[in-house]
Design a protein around this ligand. Sequence first.
Ligand SMILES: [Zn+2]
Ligand SMILES: [Zn+2]
Length: 349
Amino acid sequence: MGPDSPTAVAAALTEPLRAAPAAGAPRVSGPAAVSRKTRAAAPTSSTRAVKMPLVDRLASAIVTGVPPLLVVLGMWLGWSHGLMVWQDLVVLAVFYVAIGSGVTVGFHRLLTHRSFKTHRVVWLGFAILGSMAAEGPVIDWVATHRKHHQFSDVDGDPHSPHLHHRHGFRGELWGLWHAHLGWVFSDMEVADERRYAKDLLADPWMRFVDKAFVLWVVLGLALAFGAGVALTGSIAGGLTAMLWGGAARIFFVHHATFSINSVCHYFGRREYETGDESRNVAWLAIPTWGEAWHNNHHAFPTSFRHGLRRWQIDPSAAMIRLMEVIGLAWDVVRVDPARMQRKLTPAQR
Ligand SMILES: [Zn+2]
Ligand SMILES: [Zn+2]
């Protein structure tokens, strides 16, 4: 059985704090965003400013910089030395789906927004699976994301592409870079876990999963190695499987997640009034496992489905639905169609 629902994090789980902008309000970015952010309530008690320690910057540099270098190495070895076998692609695909789901179904829809309930062991299993993605310890991830929902695209948002003081095209590019990856390295206000993830902090097993973060990342690499050895019967096969199912998979899952923060707050369509810059980006729906229906998600954060229309492909929602059918998920959150209708932008009505 999953945890009960303390009210402390309720605001971050449900609706954004601001009212939607007036109908037809223009997209806000650059200097306009700066003026808008001053209208937002300052997140004083909920954040603490930190100087990013050097060790954290180095860890972030390694975990985001080394995998792409290894992808290039893997492609070179594969093409020029025939060192890539079909088993590597199988391990990559399986691990991308499994660990990607750990982030989208586990970290995001289950742990952050409580879109459904499940058995306790499944609940912890998703926390471990998501940790293997090397996107930070689970409680930190959840707190940061709940804070993003509370302050989306206004002061206090950890990774908005619109909160910059730079002008012109270069300013826009800088905003996108900051939202995509730069924020990981910048001095920032970190989300207070005692405020944003009190429910997870209260659970000793979840605290253990959080503290053992590095172990889960290494376990993800070791499992890819083991799968490669099992499929090819050789150590060399294990090593190339670890390259593709480990390093390359970390790289691909990272940038799928990061693109939600950058691309899906900048390009794409707004179907619902959300009071922020979240957008739906159809071409990213499959690689992000349904998370790119991000405007829908900001409109209805607890909904188990982000793809709200029949044609909006959402593999994470399909997984949750399957879990529901076989009895692994219950209390699955669905949005009332009349409520959806009321929240449509004037252009969509
Ligand atoms: Zn967002
Ligand atoms: Zn969310």
